[in-house]
Design a binder for this molecule. Sequence first.
Ligand code: NDP
Length: 330
Amino acid sequence: WKQPVIVAVSGAAGQISNHLLFKIASGEVYGPDQPVALRLLGSERSREALEGVAMELEDSLFPLLREVSIGIDPMDVFVDADWALLIGAKPRGPGMERADLLEMNGAIFVEQGKALNAVAKPTCKVCVVGNPCNTNALIAMENAPNLDRRNFHALTRLDENRAKCQLALKAGVFYETVTNVTIWGNHSTTQVPDFVNAQIGGEKAMDVIDDNGWLENDFTPAIQTRGGLLIKKWGRSSAASTAVSIADAIKSLVTPTPEGDWFSTAVCTDGNPYGIQEGIIFSMPCRSNGDGSYEIVDGLEINDWLRERIKKSEEELTKEAECVSHLTGK
Ligand code: NDP
């Protein structure tokens, strides 16, 4: 048997985790021969709920699940972690400004970044889901200098999946026919779902869907605002599809990317080939050889339409980074 992969999950008593943890424990994420140890991070407020989650995981008799433990101190929970999935965050309340949210959640990610730095494996891969996820990931990264900056991700895979779904529905094809979809930028309404480089059945999506008006004026805002629409309809933010997309994001790093394709993940812009300001966490097209690392895919066509919108998302993230400079030491 292989050594268990140690996966720490924050917000483990929350809605997304309630779907994700069972996928991980079943072996569908890290592979059917890879044992897992789950370390669940919560707070005083969620301690009882966490115990309940751990009981459900144990009662499921997953053969690959070697350990479930719970804790409320990241310095305990992150010990020797191979992966940290940072899902817990304070949701935006009525009347709360984005800056307030950045500040409150920032404090959580300073503490967790420091704990990762102190006790996680230096190779630990970190995926931040809790919003505002790009800037939370930046804060964690800057507080964890012992970890490679390339180990930090913020989740934009849900946005990619949403874009693939809408392109497939419009073209009348199966989802897996849609490839090479990039989400550029921030996981916010400034994100840029890239239909210019997307492909459907190996052809340019713009040739298959010969309707620029729809791509620019319907598809793009639909993806940018789909999270908000779901909250309006469902009364809470997406949980099951988010968990699926986190599983997809991890699988994309632990299995080789199919030839010619790529996936979206928000990563540190240091040394990026698109001239995006360095030192922020920005969603870009990436490939992996399956060992948990990635490379940014170079050479995508950036036309004026894309460039203008990518710039807006870059400006938004640069402003967010300035707002939290006291938390990142920059
Ligand atoms: P939940 O409301 O279920 O909460 C998850 C956990 O966050 C809770 O268990 C709690 O953990 C912690 N939390 C809740 N309220 C507070 C608070 N006031 N202060 C501090 N921590 C708090 O959320 P979901 O699981 O539905 O979503 C988790 C995060 O993921 C949110 O930030 C959401 O915006 C984000 N998200 C990101 C997506 C993406 O694509 N990047 C998509 C969908 C959601 P505890 O008490 O144990 O600390």
